[in-house]
Design a protein around this ligand. Structure first.
Ligand SMILES: NC(=O)C1=CN([C@@H]2O[C@H](COP(=O)(O)OP(=O)(O)OC[C@H]3O[C@@H](n4cnc5c(N)ncnc54)[C@H](OP(=O)(O)O)[C@@H]3O)[C@@H](O)[C@H]2O)C=CC1
Ligand SMILES: O=C(O)[C@@H]1CCC=N1
Length: 269
């Protein structure tokens, strides 16, 4: 795994779970020695920093069957180019970067290396991620299946055509940020009603956690769960009506469109 920050690190945490059966140790690289030092003494991970060793990425991928590129989008193609001739024949290179096409990565890698694009999210950290994966031109079904199994160790997986991966990024890749923004705004509004910070946080956090757990355990449609709270001519009806005046549908359409546009810009950069 080249780059184990917020996203790569979340996947790595999931992979390090004792019940996950993989060949260990997992070779990881970071830029700084400080980030690599976090793995000092680990039996299941070997870490090296490119600041210390310019060949760290090339060494990490030597002999690897599966290489995950977890660096920022603008570093992906250069990193792929850097490791190109150190990759084992038949290696699978998985990029989790927003916006970077499999074709752009394939263009700098030798023939015989398969490329898969993945769009995970940070709940992978606790095994509750969701990842969209899309095969590049040369990845066959068995290779895509292996990548599916990799991401299934940290959550659920959806195979999509590559044209849809930017949309996966908007919906679920960035999704946790949208959910956390909603929670932040609800806490701030509770504070404006007069609750102190601790009380506002407890009321909102427990409401959000409880609601999500209710959705998970009952398997009910969220619209039905909403109706269960909304007594006819009661209080919820009034607050829901005000929220709906905010045209959330159109707001989400615009937010997702802006997200996808940024993926497209990253593609061009
Ligand atoms: N954050 C998210 O929720 C999601 C992110 N992504 C994608 O994941 C990728 C990484 O994003 P994110 O994790 O947020 O970024 P971070 O900045 O948190 O992590 C980047 C990682 O890359 C390392 N790094 C930087 N340069 C190199 C290099 N040349 N060789 C090896 N490692 C290097 C950094 O090391 P150091 O710590 O030393 O700087 C760090 O470990 C992006 O492409 C993004 O589009 C996809 C889905 C969701
Ligand atoms: O914000 C970003 O660009 C990355 C991709 C999806 C989530 N985080």
């Amino acid at each position: 795994m080249l780059g184990v920050g917020s996203m790569g690190g979340a996947i790595l945490t999931g992979l390090r779970a004792p019940e996950v059966q993989i060949v260990r140790p997992i070779a990881v690289t970071t830029k700084s020695a400080a980030s690599a030092a976090k793995f000092a003494g680990a039996a299941d991970v070997t870490a090296a920093a490119t600041d210390d060793d310019a060949a760290a990425n090339r060494r990490a991928v030597a002999g690897a069957g599966l290489v995950v590129l977890g660096v920022k989008p603008w570093l992906i193609v250069d990193t792929a180019r850097e490791i190109a001739d150190a990759l084992a024949p038949g290696a699978i290179v998985v990029s989790v970067a927003a916006g970077v096409s499999t074709a752009a990565i394939e263009a700098v890698l030798p023939a015989g290396v398969a490329v898969v694009r993945a769009m995970p999210n940070t709940p992978s950290h606790i095994g509750l991620g969701v990842t969209g994966i899309a095969a590049g031109a040369t990845a066959d079904d068995a290779q895509l299946e292996l990548v599916r199994r990799l991401f299934e160790t940290v959550g659920s997986v959806l195979v999509v055509p590559e044209e849809q991966i930017n949309a996966v990024g908007a919906v679920s890749g960035s999704g946790p940020a949208h959910v956390f923004l909603f929670v932040e705004e609800m806490i701030a509004a509770a504070e404006r009603l007069g609750f102190d910070a601790a009380a506002a946080r407890e009321l909102v956090r427990q409401t959000v956690l409880g609601s999500i757990e209710l959705m998970r355990t009952t398997g009910e449609d969220p619209a039905q769960l909403r109706r269960n709270v909304t007594s006819p001519n009661g209080t919820t009806e009034r607050s829901v009506a005000v929220l709906q005046e905010g045209a959330w549908g159109e707001l989400f359409d615009r937010a997702f469109a802006a997200n996808i546009r940024r993926s497209e810009e990253l593609q061009g950069s």
